[in-house]
Design a protein around this ligand. Structure first.
Ligand code: FEO
Length: 169
């Protein structure tokens, strides 16, 4: 049986991953209606990815003899100032998730829940990749500033990134 403290923390993480999915969905919607179809495709894609993160936790917890619980979620912000603002908030959110995964890992060490610690390794690696990707995108957006053609190219690039991911999957 899984340690009850770890079970509670895993359920909190399930909530956070589900919230991430909805947060990126609201950002994708904003991008789509504000003339950034590429960024929208990228974020729609990311919405699905967060759902997969959530489901991976759900199955793990149930398989370990625990029970996944769903919580009420707060409504995500629907308005953003700019594409830069969107990706600043994405990065900030990913940093928050990384911290949460790290704390969860710390708890598994404290509670000697080594199986869960091992399971979390995948998330630890994933968070390094996600943060690095979002930082790269944000650097590019910062570099072009208000240049419309630069922004157009970034949007195209995001669209290609989304398409490549779908092809790879
Ligand atoms: Fe589930 Fe983007 O971290």
């Amino acid at each position: 049986m899984i340690n009850p403290k770890v079970e509670t923390a895993l359920n909190e993480q399930i909530k956070k991953e589900e919230h991430s999915s909805r947060l990126y969905l609201s950002m994708a919607i904003w991008c789509e209606v504000n003339g950034y179809p590429g960024a929208a495709a990228f974020l729609y894609d990311h919405t699905d990815e967060e759902r997969l993160h959530q489901m991976k936790f759900v199955h793990y917890l149930n398989d370990r003899g625990g029970k996944s619980v769903l919580f009420a979620l707060e409504q995500p912000e629907g308005d953003y100032e700019s594409l830069k603002d969107v990706f600043e908030q994405v990065l900030e959110h990913e940093e928050y998730i990384t911290e949460s995964i790290n704390n969860l890992y710390g708890l598994t060490v404290e509670e000697k829940e080594y199986t869960t610690g091992n399971f979390l390794q995948w998330y630890i690696t994933e968070q390094i990749e996600e943060e690095s990707l979002m930082r790269t995108i944000l650097d590019k957006i910062s570099l072009v500033g208000n240049d419309k053609s630069g922004m157009f190219h970034i949007d195209k690039e995001l669209e290609t990134m989304a398409t490549n991911k779908e092809t790879a999957a």
